[in-house]
Design a protein around this ligand. Structure first.
Ligand code: DGL
Length: 283
């Protein structure tokens, strides 16, 4: 079967797609685990490699050029590991670099973007709030998304200062976290938003606090499961879905200090894992 993938990859080597090859998933930190868990659940036979680029976290306030450079570097590492597909489990990196990755690398690259479209179709008040990083909200890709789907509704954007750092510290329910969440969410509720988009992969870990602050009638939109299903659809279409027995736990890599990252992952991932440090060329 011609999958369209047997071309030259970045290293100039011929690659032949292998359905038992791993899938690479990455984010600036632990946020992408909110996507990885859906992939693990829906595609249990797949081997997974997860990279947390926590030596360069947060991506949100950094320039698009910086995030693109890191995103290309991590993708090169994943391709060296022989992955058959890459999931950019980060809205900020997707906004900055997905087009570059798709141009440069000859394998399926799945990205994640704020769920503006589902939010608009669910909203009754006609006002939706998009919670995301400055990088995502300021990107051309996001502007286009709102222009395409948001015309008939009021789309209010809200950068969420400190949220990513609180998730990275494992402070999912602390007083400070609650204060930071309230500072971002309450103004949206006051303006009539009845649907909030969790437009950063770190934010699903704060969903219960967001719900507490927003109140029971407000809908939260998290696209993690949709991304896993999209990946499944793409791999199936290319004849690249693994169909063996359940694979083991994902392999975890870090561009920063793997010690603290192991502790953070332990809080957010159900199984014990070990984390390796990325080779120097990729840090
Ligand atoms: N988790 C990332 C996202 O989805 C970015 C967090 C950050 O590093 O600022 O946007």
């Amino acid at each position: 079967m011609n999958t369209g993938l047997s071309k030259v990859n970045f290293a100039g080597m011929m690659t032949s797609p292998d359905r038992f090859a791993p899938i690479g998933v990455f984010d600036s930190g632990v946020g992408g685990l909110s996507i990885l868990s859906h992939i693990h659940q829906h595609l249990p036979a797949e081997s997974l490699i997860y990279v947390a680029d926590n030596g360069h976290l947060p991506y949100g306030p950094k320039s698009s050029a910086y995030v693109t450079t890191r995103t290309r570097t991590i993708s090169r590492f994943l391709i060296e590991q022989g992955v058959k597909s890459i999931v950019v489990a980060c809205n900020t990196a997707t906004a900055a670099a997905i087009a570059t990755l798709r141009n440069e690398f000859n394998l399926p690259v799945i990205g994640v973007e704020p769920g503006v479209k589902p939010a608009i179709s669910q909203s009754r008040s006609g006002v939706i709030g998009v919670l995301a990083t400055e990088g995502t909200l300021g990107s051309e890709k996001f502007q286009r998304l709102v222009a395409t789907h948001g015309e008939s509704q009021q789309v209010i954007v809200q950068p969420c200062h400190g949220w990513v750092e609180q998730v990275e510290r494992g402070e999912l329910h602390s007083e400070l976290t609650r204060t930071l969440v309230a500072a971002a969410v309450e103004p949206l509720i006051r303006r009539g938003a009845d649907t909030l988009v969790l437009g950063c992969t770190h934010y699903p870990f704060l969903a219960s606090v967001v719900r507490d602050v927003a109140g029971p009638t407000v809908e939260l939109i998290d696209t993690g499961e949709a991304i896993a299903l999209e990946l499944q659809r793409r791999l199936h279409g290319l004849g690249l879905l693994a169909d063996a027995a359940r694979a083991g736990e994902p392999g975890f890599w870090s561009s920063g200090d793997p010690g603290p990252l192991s502790v953070q992952i332990k809080r957010l991932w159900p199984q014990a894992v070990s984390v390796e440090r990325l080779p120097e060329a990729f840090r």
